[in-house]
Design a protein around this ligand. Sequence first.
Ligand code: FES
Ligand code: MG
Length: 572
Amino acid sequence: MSGGVFKNLTSYGDDGFSRFLRRSFLASAGIDREDLDRPVVGIVDTSSDYTTCHRDMPKLVEAVRRGVLQAGGMPFVFPAMSLAEIQTSPSAMLFRNLMAMQVEESIRSQPMDAVVLLGGCDKTVPAEVMAAASADVPAVLVVTGPMMAGSWRGQRVGACTDCRRLWSSHRGGEIDAGQIEEVEQALCPTAGTCMVMGTASTMACVVEALGLMPPGSATAPAPSADRLRIGVASGRRAVEQAAADLRPKRILTRPAFENAIAVLNAIGGSTNAIVHLLAIARRAGVDLTLDDFERIAARVPLLVDCKPSGAGYLEDMHKAGGVPALLSILEPLLDTSVVDVTGTTLAERIAAFRARDGYVDHRVIRPLEDPLGPTGALAIVRGNLAPDGAVVKVAAASERLLVHQGPAIVVDSPAEATAKLDDPDLDVTPDHVLVLRNAGPVGAGMPEAGSLPIPRRLALQGVRDMVRVSDARMSGTAYGTTVLHCSPEAAIGGPLALLRDGDVISLDVPSGRVDVLLDDAELEARRAALTLPPPPERGWRRLYHQHVEQAHLGADLDFLAGGEVEPSAAGS
Ligand code: FES
Ligand code: MG
């Protein structure tokens, strides 16, 4: 393989001139004829001062670059949109598809034989994997890795399960203003992504299970030497992948997705991974549905002891053996014929892991016969409030609330939530069901507002969980009995739009139901009187509003999801 820089020639109607100009301009960067003969590896740099989770990415870029050069490749680092989960308004999710489109077109339009995608923070990884699936150029993903755990007054703490736990203690009056300020300075002690099994860690583990990341690379902490070595190895690997023409669509098969869903359940992972995996699958031409999640959840128990479902942090999972250890335990439940970025089958990788001694710390990654929690950590519910399905993270819910009936208190937008729920005159009991609507993909870009705060009056009385129902998402680090991703959503006339305060809602997770106890005639009468919120006037938000699909389809844009995409142009 040679001459990667002459792929995807810029059009001047004279290919010789295009090559001549390309050589001239590359010469200005010190690139000579010998360099031009090498396979080109693009390196997607998503560093940003806003994305603190990518703080150490410049070092990782250098590590990948070194690996590419060692293997005889020519590295080209280029920037892509960076989505900082906490600094992006109203929600980074509103921009996942924009980033996916930008990365896809950057891969497609610039010359490269392979690409190394660097990401980490919640939406960056799914966006890059969606892009890689559509561009279908040999690709390897490297995450920045989790932060190390912090410490506050003798407690191990970390972002962001403890952020939520300690903030609700502050709301409940147990932690004063001075203490919460100390907590604030202790939650994020190093570079890296949230170090519990939130969305970032979940997506890292799930994408390793899909096969697009090198084995063992999901959990290595951001400041660790392992992380840098993973970068170097990934750079080398990308050059080999280019030579082997090992493309994402060969890796992203239906059995690979089923394995990834098994891992999602075993780690007690984020509900956000459901939306992301559905979107990635559709990009890869795999017909994955919520039913697949339900079916696989029913046979995979919770094995990994990480917050919010367990007690540990990602550094514990890494020391315990990481995803390779987990895959070796899950082997009887997996299809081990799938191939990953190393070109080997999962069966071969598990055999190699065992041959190296196969050490697993079973206190953190439990064996199948002694799980940390039951099967069914993620449940799908349907009913007249969610005909196309909704998601419940059973592992983060209160068991006593999984079967529950109570009157609704309806909040019409995320913006309205604080005012309504903090109103001291709000007539609310712990049996009420808090409903948030107009927070689905079309309504608001699907923010992580679904775990509505417990009304202040009840919080001060010590109430820590209530049933909540919404078309929003919830952070992977959050907990509570929440029915999420109700589809179709309120903003397109889904049934949540028809609810009124006081309507009785019935949740029955074991039976897979979420309903409002109203008859069809009443629902139809209300529907006839419904007016939908107007679309945004211009720009990305208007385009998004017009084209985003519902949560049960992955919330991708309709013109990006599905369908065969032509591969990147193959050369000059
Ligand atoms: Fe970036 Fe949690 S905010 S990973
Ligand atoms: Mg998150």
